[in-house]
Design a protein around this ligand. Structure first.
Ligand SMILES: C[S@@+](CC[C@H](N)C(=O)[O-])C[C@H]1O[C@@H](n2cnc3c(N)ncnc32)[C@H](O)[C@@H]1O
Length: 212
C-alpha cells in the first residue's frame, strides 16, 4: 500500500530514529500506570499469547511485553527504527510493514498493541486500520491502543535539526471507543492519565483496551 502519509511517516522516522532512541531511552521507567496497564493486558491475553507490537519503533515496549511472558514481535514502517530494535533486542523478531496492510492470515493473533503508533494515521483511515486489527485477531483477542488526548494535531518540524516534518494526531478517547465499537470491538477499558510536565508531556495520555 502506498499513501502520502505512510511515506511521510517513514521518511520522518528514518531521519530521527537514532535521536528518538537516545532521547527516550526507557519510556516506561517513569510511567507506573502504563506499566500496570501493560501487565493487565498481558494477563488478559494470557501467558505465551501471540502478540504484535505494531509501530514498535526501537522495540522497548516489545521487550517489555516479552519479559511479561508474551510471544511478541514488532512491526514498523521505518527500517532505521527496526535496525535499532534488532540491535537492542537480538532475541526478538522485528519486521518491516504497514499496520494498515498486514501480511498475515485472518485470525492469527491473540493480541495487537498499538503504542503511540496510530497517531500518524489520518482520521478517515481509522476505520480501515481498526478493521485490519480485527481481521488479524482471533475472536476474543485483545487490542491495546495508547495515544495522546486532544482535539487537534501537533506538527513537529525539523526535530533534532533534521529537515523533516510530521503531524502527531491527538484524539478523544470517547471518539476512539465509538469507532472501535463500530468496527465490531467490545470496549474493555478506557484509562486517561493527566499530562506529566516532568515527562515533557503537553496532553493527557489515553490507553484503551478492546476485545475482538
Ligand atoms: C511515536 S513512535 C512510537 C514507537 C514505539 N511504539 C514507542 O512507543 O517507542 C511511532 C512509530 O509508529 C510507526 N508507524 C506509524 N505508522 C505506521 C504504520 N502505518 N505501520 C507501521 N508502523 C507505523 C513509526 O514508524 C514509528 O516508529
Amino acid at each position: 500500500m502506498t499513501a502520502d502519509f505512510l511515506s511521510a511517516t517513514r521518511t520522518f522516522y528514518d531521519a530521527v530514529a537514532a535521536d528518538y532512541a537516545d532521547h527516550f531511552p526507557d519510556d516506561l521507567a517513569h510511567r507506573p500506570l502504563e506499566r500496570g496497564l501493560l501487565t493487565a493486558y498481558a494477563d488478559l491475553v494470557g501467558p505465551g499469547a501471540e502478540v504484535a507490537d505494531l509501530g514498535c519503533g526501537p522495540g522497548r515496549v516489545t521487550r517489555h511485553l516479552a519479559a511479561l511472558g508474551l510471544s511478541v514481535f514488532g512491526l514498523d514502517l521505518s527500517e532505521s527504527m527496526l535496525a535499532i530494535a534488532r540491535r537492542e533486542n537480538p532475541g526478538l523478531r522485528f519486521v518491516q510493514g504497514s499496520m494498515l496492510d498486514l501480511d498475515m492470515p485472518d485470525g492469527t493473533l491473540d493480541g495487537v498493541l498499538c503504542w503511540y503508533s496510530s497517531i500518524h494515521t489520518p482520521d478517515d483511515r481509522l476505520p480501515a486500520l481498526f478493521g485490519e486489527f480485527r481481521r488479524v485477531l482471533v475472536p476474543g483477542g485483545h487490542l491495546l491502543l495508547a495515544f495522546q488526548v486532544g482535539d487537534a494535531p501537533r506538527r513537529f518540524e525539523d526535530p533534532w535539526g533534521h529537515p523533516v516534518a510530521l503531524d502527531f494526531q491527538r484524539r478523544r478517547p470517547e471518539r476512539m471507543a465509538d469507532l472501535l465499537t463500530e468496527t465490531g470491538f467490545t470496549l474493555h477499558s478506557s484509562t486517561v492519565r493527566q499530562s506529566d510536565t516532568d515527562l515533557g508531556e503537553s496532553s493527557p495520555q489515553a490507553v484503551l483496551i478492546a476485545r475482538s
